[in-house]
Design a protein around this ligand. Sequence first.
Ligand code: NAD
Ligand code: DAU
Length: 337
Amino acid sequence: MRRLLVTGGAGFIGSNFVRMVLSEHPDCLVVNLDKLTYAGNLENLTEFMSHKNHRFVHGDICDGPLVTRLLDEYRIEAIVNFAAESHVDRSITGPKIFIDSNVGGTLTLLEAARDMKVERFLQVSTDEVYGSLGSEGMFTERTPLSPNSPYSASKASADHFVQAFGRTWGLPYNITRCSNNYGPYQFPEKLIPLMIHNAIHDKELPVYGDGLYVRDWLYVYDHCTAIWCVLRNAPPGEVYNIGGCNEKPNLEVIRLILRHVGKPETLIRHVKDRPGHDRRYAIDASKIMRELGWKPSVTFEEGIAKTIDWYLANDQWLAHVVSGDYQNYYRTMYANR
Ligand code: NAD
Ligand code: DAU
């Protein structure tokens, strides 16, 4: 499949995916549909905006006629749906847009894909649809969905719609469920870039609750290669977990960032916890490794060092992203914590 509609390709993971495809797979055309919300940023793709195999379209995945026109005009063979509202804290303060984009938008894409007979629909989902783990065990593809936040509820709902389109209309689909990503171009509302940014600027590091919540980290490039592997090699109707076996408590990640940028641990401040905060995620990715031969390219230690160095070297990117609305967001989100 060489003619792709990538949605949300100006966001964090989507832009890393577009960069990987255009750089490593010169036979592919990428039509990149993005609404450019606060999280969408064309500076993530500066050097690829006039690439001969890249067509950027500013638009909404909820716009059915636009989606159908793109599928028709570019004879799209596969849709990779990254577009979503992606931040759990924002879903707690304002869940409605999560239903509109994550559920309604996915439904719009599914209807267009079915009607235009797209060969593959790849839904980029998340391990958060499985809910929270105690101290033992891992999420497998057979773990029942049990989302806890409005964000994960919207992603789980989208997953159910994708599977319903497969069963009802025979739409050829795959769903990927990845653990927490980190790497270049991540918006600094998420843990790792937020802590890097604050540490660089000697600002307090707001740690929710006791800081012992566990996330399972994967370098963004490795998420992109996993999606590519599924797109190229997976049979339709299969779900794949993606992760690199890098479980870390938040405080361990934060201390590592402080050491790397040479700042003191006195910057750490424990703040009010996130409501409904999932305690632990851990992903069993043995299915994609065994069946499709995918494996991550870097360890967490290598990936985090590359990531911190990237933010240090790209201070202009970071400065643009935190100007304007970000300041209001930060004040509102962290004022009463
Ligand atoms: P992001 O917030 O950085 O980017 C989302 C992109 O989608 C932005 O460019 C935004 O403009 C675009 N978008 C939002 N609503 C849209 C709409 N209605 N129409 C068109 N474009 C729209 O998100 P991310 O972290 O890159 O996540 C991408 C996908 O991967 C999401 O579906 C998310 O659920 C999933 N995911 C993320 C992670 C993670 O750790 N970040 C892990 C697993 C899965
Ligand atoms: O697991 C995959 C998911 O990972 C994706 O589906 C989501 O799109 C993505 O946002 C991410 O969700 P999390 O809620 O796990 O990521 P976040 O970076 O918001 O938080 C990571 C952990 O750090 C979590 O335990 C909350 C904590 N945290 C976060 C922020 C922003 C803090 O302690 N302080 C903070 O300021």
